[in-house]
Design a protein around this ligand. Structure first.
Ligand SMILES: Nc1nc2c(ncn2[C@@H]2O[C@H](COP(=O)(O)OP(=O)(O)OP(=O)(O)O)[C@@H](O)[C@H]2O)c(=O)[nH]1
Ligand SMILES: [Zn+2]
Length: 293
């Protein structure tokens, strides 16, 4: 028996990285019977048949799993944003950050295109909220070394709105990626990435990166998301205030005596973060219980 990580899943084959080799595995029938699907990112136990092929025996417990893209064990979600062409709507950042926080995945905010705009407000907002917040430029290379340090040794995925520079940053991190960017992407439209499979790439610094460009957000269906009462805890800078509201069960939306709202008034929580919270809360409230997983 050997252990490894699934880097790629394609047509019933699983490409398992042991650290020294990649073994092409088939899943045993029991996975189908148990309705269990191995995912890219899974740590697995397999039988090595010695000719470069093997059979998957077991999926080790997952740290987390995501459905779109279908990937497991992501330790760090790098949220790419930009202050210029296109300007990133903070709501998009806050939404994926909440998803990451609720799944034990560390969000890192990475503001790209700093050669065009320093995005001071975004930068200060996420720094103050307690996130590792970086400024980079895929164009000039500024900040790319720091990003490389932050993701070193981690299994991570990159997300961000279309055109923000995900492919450019991956290329800057590792020129071997050779991902198509910009003009090519526009010409071929969304189709370019939507049919592509998820794949993990090992960078020279030991980071493992899920190649998922083209996903406008690290998406999930709304009904897979949090219950309204679980949402406040996914906003990390709200946590110190959550048990200080006047009323138990405070929704932190417009209640009197709300310590979270007071912190917003006092400048301790960014208004844009609270506005995103309210928007997500209203959405979460609309989801009937039977639709939740
Ligand atoms: N000035 C400047 N332009 C950049 C930077 N990073 C990327 N760009 C440009 O922005 C455009 C979009 O970059 P991509 O890397 O394709 O963006 P993406 O996020 O992968 O886009 P999608 O594949 O649509 O999700 C391209 O024309 C890049 O050359 C940067 O740091 N500075
Ligand atoms: Zn409150």
């Amino acid at each position: 028996m050997a252990e490894g990580t699934i880097l790629k899943a394609l047509s019933g084959f699983y490409y398992v990285d042991t650290g020294t080799a990649v073994v092409t595995c088939r899943a045993r029938g029991k996975f189908r019977h148990q309705k269990q699907t191995p995912l890219v990112g899974d740590r697995v136990v397999f039988t090595d048949l010695g000719d470069g092929t093997g059979a998957l025996d077991e999926i080790l417990p997952r740290r987390n799993q995501f459905s779109r893209p279908a990937v497991a064990n992501i330790e760090m979600l790098v949220v790419i944003a930009s202050g210029a062409i296109p300007v990133t709507d903070p709501f998009l950042i806050d939404r994926v950050v909440s998803i990451a926080e609720s799944r034990n995945c560390e969000p890192v905010i990475c503001i790209n295109k700093c050669d065009l705009d320093a995005a001071e407000t975004l930068y200060q907002t996420y720094l103050a909220a307690g996130f590792t917040t970086l400024r980079v430029s895929a164009e000039t290379g500024e900040g790319i070394d720091r990003l490389r340090e932050v993701i070193a040794g981690k299994s991570c995925a990159f997300t961000g709105n279309s055109g923000v520079g995900k492919s450019s940053i991956l290329n800057a991190l590792e020129p071997d990626f050779g991902l198509e960017t910009g003009a090519v992407s526009e010409k071929l439209g969304r189709g370019r990435h939507t049919t592509r499979h998820v794949e993990l790439f090992r960078l020279s610094n030991g980071a493992v990166v899920a190649d998922t460009p083209g996903f406008s957000s690290f998406d999930t269906e709304l009904h897979e998301l949090w219950r309204p009462e679980d949402l406040p805890g996914t906003f990390r800078e709200f946590r110190p205030y959550l048990d200080q509201c006047r009323f138990q069960g405070c929704a932190h939306v417009k209640e009197k005596g709300c310590a979270v709202r007071q912190a917003v008034k006092e400048g301790k929580i960014a208004p844009s973060r609270h506005a995103s919270y309210v928007r997500l809360y209203e959405q979460a409230k609309e989801v009937p219980e039977w639709k939740r997983k």
